[in-house]
Design a protein around this ligand. Sequence first.
Ligand SMILES: Cc1ncc(COP(=O)(O)O)c(C=O)c1O
Length: 456
Amino acid sequence: MKSAEQEKKYFINPYTNLKDIRKYGSLIIEKGRGIYVYDENNNKYIEGLAGLWCVALGFNNKRLIKAANKQFNLLPYYHSFTGKVPLTTLKLSEELVKISPKSLTKVLYANSGSESNDTAIKMAWYYQNALGRTKKKKIISRYRGYHGVTIMSGSLTGMDYAHKGFDMPRDFVVHTDSPHYYKDSLSQESPSEFVNRLLKNLDNLIIKEGAENIAAMILEPIQGAGGVIIPPDNYLKGVQKLLKKNAILLIVDEVICGFGRTGNMFGCDTFQIKPDMMVIAKGLSSGYVPISALLINEEIYETISDFSSINNVFGHGYTYSGHPVAAAVALETIKIFKDENIIGHVKEISEKFNTKMEQLNVHSIVGNARSIGLIGAIELVQNKYNKTYFDPKIGIGSRIVKNAQKNGLIVRALQGDIVALCPPLIINSKEVDILFNKFNKSIKDTEVELNTERLM
Ligand SMILES: Cc1ncc(COP(=O)(O)O)c(C=O)c1O
């Protein structure tokens, strides 16, 4: 029988039967405890990416489980249409407004980051139409940005894999630079020169497209799935200034950065920017149940509310928007953040995490190890002195992921030979040591493998 590799068939997890899944070697996860998950044979792994950047509070938080159970017993479903709303959802909105950047006062719910980003663009269009700026249709997004995979959010995403064969991006999206200093800076270019160049490019793009045709720009404070790209100082503030000057809305996608990841509640706080709209998901429920939200400022709310009065309808919302069980889990998540001072913990533990990340630079194949808060990545290179990248055929990132898995650590390879780390926020000091022992060993194992194959 041919192996999966011989068949050269791209395997899409089909969720049909165990036999097929085993044939292609997917790891079947059965249970989770703290920062660990266990496979069907009871092998234990540190979940170094918190699932998909989301399980902030670990895999068996009793309070979250209890909150879900309690809500199931009280009211397992209700909607927010036709003048009704579940009480728990309302309480969540109040709490979200309290913890969010000051200007944001109203909340629209959905069930995933993609859906909330769709909603953000719809609201940007609706708002601009309400103001009579009916030509403002274009949305600026960035290369290496990840905003989801629906037609709208997938078009915003700035990576080929989300577009190829899907007839995307749609023509309302224009992409601009990613602030990836390590990879994209010119020789001898300082970080501030790099920032100035990118801002000039953005300014030129706005002039070329015409500010009167641009509704909004969307960005992640740190580009997560695009490679954990941490923006250089003053870049985000510079972008915000340009947008304001041109009456272009700023939508901040906090799906990964929100809920403590960067050492503050939101990436907006860390990088000191003020969004007109903000999208949250993932950490909002610690990944336990699907829920996402779009927060908007009062001016946008008032404008779309007035426009809806004229139209006699606000034709937007989903069956499961603000689902009470998801809202109960999210509400409890916020309480846990307060009661257990999760942000304080992240600030403290991230000092050790960032030191350990920095130390990864000693490896011969690590060109750049970067991190902030509890998120980081290593960028792998064949020659760190002249920044030569590996031949893609070598699949360097996947090799590290495979070796890490053998060593009991789950990490994720991203495009461009980058391996990301984003552990649950509850990770403790001893666990940080274990994680990095495993990660260091996995990098060394990979170096040995490459030397044996004489690929270095
Ligand atoms: C920054 C960001 N925005 C949006 C999304 C899309 O979220 P979802 O997969 O819940 O649709 C993701 C998912 O990883 C993300 O990282």
